[in-house]
Design a protein around this ligand. Structure first.
Ligand SMILES: Cc1cc2nc3c(=O)[nH]c(=O)nc-3n(C[C@H](O)[C@H](O)[C@H](O)COP(=O)(O)OP(=O)(O)OC[C@H]3O[C@@H](n4cnc5c(N)ncnc54)[C@H](O)[C@@H]3O)c2cc1C
Length: 458
């Protein structure tokens, strides 16, 4: 309680996995706190990853490791069983089902007597946040304001940045998809011409699977610098997993450890064994070492670490074997909007000087999140950066936080009551993209918020 016995208000911005779980931890651990959970997307409680009903969109983590609660590891598998879904802990559920699990938790808490007057779900977009006395004033897109004693930024991944080769006319046309996580494939132009997917990671695979379902056999071309595609999980969970490496290893020593472990146990088991140590390894590396890892190993790490479920991998392999999906390694040189509603693409194969030309019907930007918040076009992020309330981490992977998940201002000082969770905190933790990592961070961040509020009330 505050000094006037009014419960403090925590505003959580974003109701994807990070925001929902931070809100639920706050409400679970403190009776005397109110949470305002603000989300601009509808339906609320799914975020970018789980707002899909495409059955081809599978989780890329086994069900047994997808519990939302760090202290109840079987929770998701038990939920699947309750729903009569025949997926054991080693299987891969659909992302749509995971969304229903997450939303179910939120709505059952919201409907419970203990939530009465404590959880306010607010459909809106926050466009600005300003310090106000001991707390904060949040401005919504519709103009109204919300007062809060503490704020948690759970904004998810910012959408990809438009490649330089994409000019303003194409960017403004409906032949260019700027944000593949908020795009419905049904809006793809009719016809049989190829569609270019820029990028070759998990987002490209999502788009390719959905386009293949909509128009089987339509040629799809994926283009990325290295042409690397995520590898697949094996049928059975790796067992036994060797002990994690010491977190004092340098990037080179960690690579040597991986190679040696892979020789005995296979690369999948070696990667899985590193996972519990990844955040500590990252924290222990100097900026120079982190930058070297990003430069030399990131692309390879990503495709081995973020793997496809076997059913998705099999379908992708079939599409590639049939020629329906071609993956090219190279660089986009120029893109022109042509008369007649097509797109001319000039690209240069990796390692070559000559360029090639393609004509496609549509371009989908699957290059991944735009990490540099100082160039963000998201209204809230731009406003926070402009006001010096947040700053980019030194490697421009997201926003800078301290070990209590508090945002750092432009001058390097922390805010007592402004926090951030989820993939946007990648600069501090590196491995903070998937549920097994975020669920721990959400619990820790909620504890930090409650500590800060208690300290303030003295
Ligand atoms: C396509 C895809 C598939 C994935 N698959 C898996 C998987 O299988 N397993 C796994 O563990 N992880 C997966 N992930 C990783 C995923 O990022 C995390 O699991 C988790 O969902 C991240 O949740 P989040 O809440 O941080 O971000 P998001 O889900 O992006 O949620 C952030 C929310 O904040 C809202 N928001 C942002 N700004 C504002 C604002 N100013 N005002 C109001 N609302 C705002 C957005 O609308 C969004 O709903 C996947 C990610 C993607 C993109």
């Amino acid at each position: 309680m505050t000094e006037h016995n009014i419960p403090p208000v925590v505003a959580v911005i974003g109701a994807g996995f990070s925001g929902v779980m931070t809100a639920l931890h706050l409400l679970r651990h403190a009776e005397a706190v109110k949470v305002v959970l603000v989300e601009r997307r509808s339906p609320i409680g799914l975020g970018a990853a789980y707002a899909t009903d495409d059955p081809a969109h599978r989780l890329n983590v086994r069900a047994g490791n997808m519990s939302a609660w760090p202290d109840q590891p079987d929770d998701f598998v038990a939920w699947l069983k309750d729903q009569d879904l025949d997926i054991g802990s080693g299987g891969f559920a659909t992302r749509g089902d995971y969304g229903r699990y997450l939303q179910g938790m939120l709505s059952s808490f919201a409907g419970s007597p203990e939530a009465a007057g404590r959880l306010m779900i607010t459909p809106d977009e926050i466009t600005a946040i300003a310090p106000d006395g001991d707390g904060w004033t949040l401005t919504c897109a519709m103009g109204r304001t919300i007062s809060a004693d503490a704020v948690v930024l759970a904004l998810g991944n910012p959408p990809p940045r438009a490649p330089e080769a994409v000019g303003p006319d194409l960017e403004a046309s409906n032949l260019y998809v700027a944000d593949p996580w908020r795009w419905s494939v049904d809006t793809a132009p009719e016809g049989e011409g190829p569609i270019l997917l820029l990028g070759s990671g998990l987002t490209m695979i999502d788009a390719a699977l959905s386009l293949d379902r909509l128009a089987p056999g339509r040629p799809l071309i994926a283009l990325s610098r290295r042409g690397l595609v995520p590898r697949e999980h094996q049928g059975a969970p790796p067992s036994p997993t060797p002990a994690a490496p010491p977190s004092s290893l340098s990037p080179l020593a960690a690579l040597a450890w991986l190679r040696a472990t892979a020789e005995h146990h296979g690369w999948r088991t070696a990667i899985d064994a590193v996972r519990p140590a990844t955040q500590n390894l990252w924290r222990g590396w100097s900026l120079k070492r982190r930058a070297a890892f990003l430069r030399h190993a990131r692309a390879f790490w990503d495709v081995h670490r973020h793997r496809l479920s076997p059913v998705v991998a099999e379908r992708l392999a079939r599409m590639r074997a049939d020629g329906g999906l071609r993956v090219l390694a190279g660089k986009l040189d120029r893109v022109d909007l042509l008369e007649g509603g097509r797109i001319g693409v000039i690209w240069r194969p990796r390692g070559e000087t000559a360029t090639w030309r393609l004509e496609v019907d549509m371009l989908v930007n699957c290059t991944g999140p735009s990490a540099d918040i100082e160039r963000s076009t998201e209204p809230l992020i731009a406003a926070l950066v402009g006001a010096g309330l947040i700053r980019a981490d030194p490697l421009r992977l997201g926003l800078d936080i301290d070990t209590d998940h508090r945002a750092l201002r432009a001058d390097g000082r922390t805010h007592e009551t402004l926090f951030a969770v989820g993939p946007i905190t990648r600069g501090a933790l590196w491995e903070i993209n998937a549920v097994p990592d975020i669920r721990v961070q959400a619990a820790q961040a909620a504890a930090s918020v409650l500590t800060a509020l208690a300290r303030r009330c003295g």
